[in-house]
Write a protein that binds this ligand. Sequence first.
Ligand code: BGC
Length: 882
Amino acid sequence: MSIVISRLRVDSMEQPLGLETRQPRFSWVLDSNRRSERQSAYRIMVASAVEGLQQDIGDLWDSGKITSDRSVQIRYAGAPLQSAAAYCWKVQVWDRNGVPSDWSPVASFSMGLLGQDEWKGEWIGKTVDPALELPPGLYLRKEFAIDRPIKRAVLYSTALGVYEMYLNGSRVGDHYFAPGWTDYAVRTQYQTYDVTGLVQAGGNALGAVLGTGWYSGHVGMMGRHRYGISPALLSQLQLEYEDGTTDLISSDRSWTMNSGPIQYSDMLMGEWYDAGLEWPGWNEPGFDEAASHWQRAEQLPRYGGRLVSQIDPPVRITESLKPVKVWRSERGSYLFDLGQNMVGWVKLQTSGPAGTRITVRHAEMLEDDDNLYTVNLRKAEQKDTYILKGNGLETLEPHFTFHGFRYVEVEGLTEEPTLESVTGQVVHSDTPHSGSIETSDPMINQLISNIRWGQRGNYLSVPTDCPQRDERLGWTGDAQIFIRTASYNMDVSRFFTKFMADMTDAQTEAGAFPDVAPDAGWFEWKQEHVQWFAPDNSGWGDAGVIIPWTLYLMYEDRSILEENYDAMKRWVDYLKANSSRLVRPDYANYGDWLSINADTPNDVLATAYFAYSTLLFSRIAGVLGREEDACSYSEQYGRIREAFVREFMDENGIIKGDTQTVYVLALYFGLLPDDQKSSAIRRLEQLIQSNGGHLSTGFLGVGYLLPALTENGLEELAYDLLHKDTFPSWLYSVKHGATTIWERWDGWTDHSGFQNPGMNSFNHYSLGSVGEWMYRYMAGIDADPEQPGFKHLVIKPCPGGKLTYVKAQYESSYGTIGSSWRVDNGRFALSITVPVNTTAAVHLPGQPVQVPEGAEKLGEEQGKHRYVVGSGQYEFVSSLNK
Ligand code: BGC
């Protein structure tokens, strides 16, 4: 068989449950051992039962043979899909010679509750006294009986707050912090779990634990009750019996409730868990409620927002770390070093007499050998407290809180711990792994690892700035500058589709996209603390255009452009309305945030971003065939460029502010006419050199610095910056033992130790946006906007610096892309992998020595020889000697 089908996905997920899109999109990956293989046609079948598909009957949809080379994001076009129904599908393709493949394996998907009136239950919980600083967790239960054979059981649940569900004593699903963070006033996500394997004949019991979470616990610096006061649960279990009948067990006043071991559990503060108060068997049938005084649950007010199926991948434990060191402090407490700054919590295993109180505190750094550095946490406590029940070895983990830490201090142990006593549970949105890079330089490899850990630590339901202090907000500027890096490291398509919903929920009536999403009253809080605060910040609000564009480039996702088209247009129009002669005001609050002695004037920054958002929007309009918009916004981009030069560039080519960032933005956003580009490039080079060969860029400039240098013939300078390990530089923190990306270049320095603790996170990913350059330029794996999603890809490696080899892989929607190179005595050897059903343009540096069969020469561009290849593996060799 020349072509084999795998990785069947619906809406970018394998075997998804609870879809809400009525025309889901199908994708698959093709493999072949033949070069230049591609698909010439496909046929999709969707059925309500596997039996049908086995006989080649697609009772819902049989696309028939469609002549097409599309193998990703193909829209369903069959009979209407029904609420809560389960479906299966398969696909067959024809290869480039028209030979059909075998049918793929059968895959499945199910629909969510299509309509708000599909929810039959009541919101239940317990009214919380608003004066209670840290309210206890609430335990809810419900028994029911099953008297006929079950065919399928599906649980739909959500909460205002955070919840865990149990069925017959087993935890339902492996999600944490469900339903995830949204602006609950507008929308709340629900989860769909297939629990067919958990229900049993006879007595059954559902149990739920409810916590405050983002809904009513502490959020950011804004305090508690951002959305409400009393957490509430909504749940319905749909039972389908073999005999065709159905049943519904939904949350209502027949459920009972009680408090239990969770004395409190707060995202920022931590958890207090008294194991002595556990109710053995509470989530199993036959539990004696009367003996333990369970009361009827209260019916809480109806929810006014919209319930939507969870879009983003659930938060899960993705790894468990063992400490590398344990030692005893002078106080008698024990300190553990996990060897990695991480996010999640500690699983503690210990024993001791009943009533023993143990505390676990968390920090990213040590003050000295005996003390955690916790001043940078501000008001967040990240402290967990346990009371032992005293029945032997106890395993303790918190439920509704997470911490950012590398070091842990445990107090109150009654027995000497070992390295086995503590496990670091790494927790984040479970975005599938997609990319990796390795180089010949261990320092750079550590930087790559730090970038990945920064992403793991901060992508938790929303892309947060940091995971430790009382902030942890969805800062949009950070999100946009890092998204391209992130989308190489992991498949973030669903994660950012969800975040775009958060962004549009928070867009102002006037059209401004927020600094922070989901909205949690941050803007109002800020206004209370400063006299006047800009409602729009350049480089922050622009995330509303940059994120959809990036998802389109990386995943060929047109829907994200369609769904957000009006919102993006409103943002660009808002920028225009709030500018004068196309120059934006100088009121932006953050500028090139955390640059080093190099303040970029706000009007320059804001006008540059105004141009960039306009340019991207005009392209987006073009992609969607909205020609009129494409044309008028492209003209507007041209006029903003003129305004930029007119307003900010003097006759010597100096741009107002004269920082590295102003030139980087002008070059990268294409704001300069050709004859002025070279002076900007020269000036940028001078500024770096006169700064001792160091960068000075902040959050925004840093993302485009190496790309702008490389695209303008200064790749050696880009490599110099990458290899620098003196202050300020990426490797400076690596040299000082960093295992994540620091918020600031000067988070800790030789010359002044720790920065001001008021803002000093050691896990902020923004300065790690150099990862994009590593994938796109160093390894040279790039998307082509003309055929996005890597349907046609660009391999344009850029050897340089001290590196003798680079190996990169990226799992695209079409399959694995590889680009690895090695330099030896001026001999450059490039080995690439191109997925089936795609083509690649290869830009080979140097003089070609060996060109593989099947590579067709296209010409030369910027001193590189260009070839085009079909799928397969290829080796090129060139000579770099001049
Ligand atoms: C956050 C940043 C954010 C910035 C905006 C900080 O408090 O931690 O990540 O982008 O504020 O000024």
